[in-house]
Write a protein that binds this ligand. Structure first.
Ligand SMILES: *Cc1c(COP(=O)(O)O)cnc(C)c1O
Length: 405
């Protein structure tokens, strides 16, 4: 087998389709978010404004967060020094798990090294260990849930995205004696739509199903204390498990689940993806703790963020640039062509100092290629005007359809 040839042929195919991923070599500079240096060809640097970060509120550069991390590294050093079971549990982990349980109104919480791992490991363990269990998974669920489900080899049923009738029909058609888990997200990151959480819980209850909610794109962002969409709607107690990340709005890194004492203790005790890996560095736990505590009390970041999202949408509408309407903070600008999407993104970066990564297949369906714009509270009015003007000029060059405002 000529492995090298196989690798090169696969990569060639990706490039032909316009789906080859090129990473922007960025140097984020603390205190000047969302500005960054872009390293070009290993020699030059260019100043760019980042418009596609998941550090939605700029907490990754908040002095409150970095001060807590400095303090923790001076106190505890660099790494955790082991798995949670073998010398790696640091007091910061314990404090953070308490904080997370409180954030979601649950008895307990469990940290993982990322949101991806928390979904993969938790669903994998639940579905792998509960006899005869079945999972009902929204068709737009994130790769981390899909992989956890696949790994478990449990029976799975995919229901149509946010479609309550389809969910009910599929639950009703299933073996009534099988234990059931309904897995879904609150804010879906590519279209920015939001699940009807309460109605899904009502249906799950009818069939005695457990509910698993990924609030990755909502924690820190929605609800009076940043507990997510379920907090905003006052229904956190309706979810069996709420999962989140420390890497997006909280600005640091790590993932977690929250739930009952017994459930968390059970995952802690049986989940390979939790047990056999080095614990998060104390610095990350300390930074996340500071970030969560701050966003529990402070509305300022969320309010400014909302204002900026509205300003970006208004600007795009006035320029006739089509964006996908949704009830969240994500502004998908639809290009619907992989090559044009990549081209626009390249020119935005090279000629306008605007960084928006193109989103192509397989992250979204073919024909749904887009620029996924994520305004932050730290973008200025001038940044917004520049983004809209740059997009508008490229829209003409690319002969893309405009919407009449
Ligand atoms: C990003 C993401 C994750 C993974 O979280 P990380 O902390 O980045 O690993 C999980 N679920 C959804 C919906 C995501 O978008």
């Amino acid at each position: 087998m000529d492995f090298e040839r196989l690798f090169r042929a696969d990569l060639e195919k990706l490039k032909e389709d316009g789906n080859y991923r090129v990473f922007a070599d960025l140097e984020r500079r603390a205190g000047s978010f969302p500005k960054a240096h872009h390293h070009v060809d290993g020699t030059d640097t260019q100043d760019v404004t980042v418009w596609c970060s998941n550090d939605y509120l700029g907490m990754g550069q908040s002095a409150i967060v970095t001060a807590a991390m400095h303090e923790a590294i001076d106190k505890c050093g660099a790494g955790a020094g082991g798995t949670r079971n073998i010398s790696g549990t640091n007091h910061y982990h314990v404090l953070l798990e308490r904080e997370l349980a409180d954030l979601h109104g649950k008895e307990a919480a469990l940290l993982f090294t990322s949101g991806y791992v928390s979904n993969w490991a938790t669903l994998g363990t639940l579905l792998g260990r509960i006899p005869d269990v079945m999972v009902f998974s929204d068709e737009m669920n994130h790769a981390s849930m899909i992989e956890g489900i696949r790994h478990s080899r449990a029976r799975k049923v995919i229901w149509k995205h946010n479609d309550l009738d389809d969910l009910r029909a599929k639950l009703a058609a299933a073996d009534p004696d099988a234990p059931k888990i309904v897995a879904f997200e609150s804010v879906y990151s590519m279209d920015g739509d939001i699940a009807p959480i309460e109605a899904i819980c009502d249906i799950a209850d009818e069939f005695g199903a457990m509910t698993y909610l990924d609030e990755v794109h909502a924690v820190g962002m929605y609800g009076p204390r940043g507990g997510g969409v379920a907090e905003r709607e006052g229904i956190m107690d309706r979810l069996t498990i709420i999962e989140g990340t420390l890497g997006k709005a909280f600005g640091v890194m790590g993932g977690y689940i929250t739930g009952s004492t017994a459930l968390i203790d059970w995952i802690r005790s049986f989940s390979s993806g939790f047990i056999f890996t080095t614990a998060l560095p104390p610095t990350l736990a300390a930074g996340a703790l500071a970030s969560i505590r701050h966003l529990k009390k402070s509305e300022m970041e969320r309010r400014r963020h909302k204002d900026n999202v509205a300003k970006v949408r208004l600007g795009l509408t006035r320029a006739g640039i089509p964006w996908l309407d949704n009830p969240s903070h994500i502004v998908p600008v639809m290009v619907r062509d992989a090559k044009k999407c990549k081209w626009i993104s390249d020119i935005l970066m090279d000629q306008h100092g605007v960084y928006v990564q193109p989103i192509n297949y397989p992250t979204v369906a073919r024909g749904a290629e887009r620029l996924r714009i994520t305004p932050t509270p730290l973008h200025t009015d001038a940044d917004i005007a520049h983004l809209v003007a740059s997009l508008s000029s490229l829209w003409s060059q690319c002969a893309l359809a405009r919407h009449v405002a």
